[in-house]
Design a protein around this ligand. Structure first.
Ligand code: NI
Length: 262
């Protein structure tokens, strides 16, 4: 049984509640970053989960044989269960319970890879825009870079205070319904946003409605990010909320998933 090696201060918890995000320099030990980077690279190299729709190009049309501009893996711990044994998991779960309360659950999420000089931007969005519109969430994402994250290689940007907004209208990137990634119809001004560069082993936390963005990778280093998730049990909404942008999506990823589930 591993114990957590970090704890948030009361000031950090207050900052998260007021701003809808938090950046910390030390969520996981440096030696573990290196270990995890090897697992990460193997999962992308072996295209883990591609046949069942768990690996795909987030920002492109994802055709077979076409180079992905923003490769993503959903549920990586399914393909590398040893991730669950890491100090990162123990520390992240501890912090999630500090931010959301002891009844919060914590778990796997996804990995987004921005290859050096190729990696596309992830446009402004709210994570909740991808989810079930019939549910009310109190959830957050934990974004963990497995090397230094800089403005040049695609670190996180947030607009403080947007976590209390409703979900704004989104669409598939460029209006192309073959693309999985969503973008806000009216993105915020970059002058309202805060960049969060991080050392390896650092992390950002953001709520399901906080506006966020990462730039293209213009650097010569690959940018690897592992995104974990935490939340309280979702509640039923009764207001008939709909996310029409998800109803019209037609991705190759969803086709592979449907085929695998036949
Ligand atoms: Ni996101």
């Amino acid at each position: 049984m591993i114990s957590p090696t970090i704890s948030l201060s009361p000031e950090q918890i207050t900052f998260y509640r007021e701003n809808g995000y938090l950046s910390i320099p030390n969520l996981m030990p440096l030696e573990e970053v290196e270990w995890m980077r090897e697992i990460y690279d193997r999962l992308f190299r072996e295209q883990a989960g591609r046949e069942v729709g768990d690996q795909f190009d987030l920002a492109g049309t994802d055709e077979e044989g076409k180079e992905a501009v923003l490769p993503q893996i959903l549920g990586p711990a399914k393909y590398a269960p040893e991730l669950r044994q890491s100090q990162l998991w123990v520390n992240a779960e501890h912090v999630v319970k500090q931010l959301l309360g002891p009844e919060a659950s914590f778990g796997d999420g996804h990995m987004i890879y921005k290859p050096a000089r190729i990696g596309a931007e992830t446009p402004w969005h709210q994570d909740e825009a991808y989810w079930d519109p019939g549910l009310e969430y109190e959830s957050l994402s934990i974004w963990v870079p497995l090397q230094e994250a800089t403005v040049d290689n695609g670190c996180m940007w947030f607009v403080p205070g947007t976590h209390t907004d409703e979900v704004h209208p989104h669409r598939s990137v460029g209006g192309d319904v073959r693309i999985h990634a969503l973008e806000m119809l009216e993105p915020p001004a970059m002058s309202d946003a805060v960049a969060c560069p991080l050392p390896p082993g650092g992390a950002t936390f953001h709520s399901s409605r906080t506006f966020h963005y990462t730039g293209a990778n213009r650097s010569d280093v690959d940018r690897r990010a592992y995104i974990l998730s935490g939340g309280l049990p979702a509640r039923e909404r009764t207001d008939g909320r709909r996310f029409p942008w998800n109803e019209i999506k037609q991705t190759a990823r969803a086709e592979r998933e449907a085929k695998a589930n036949q």
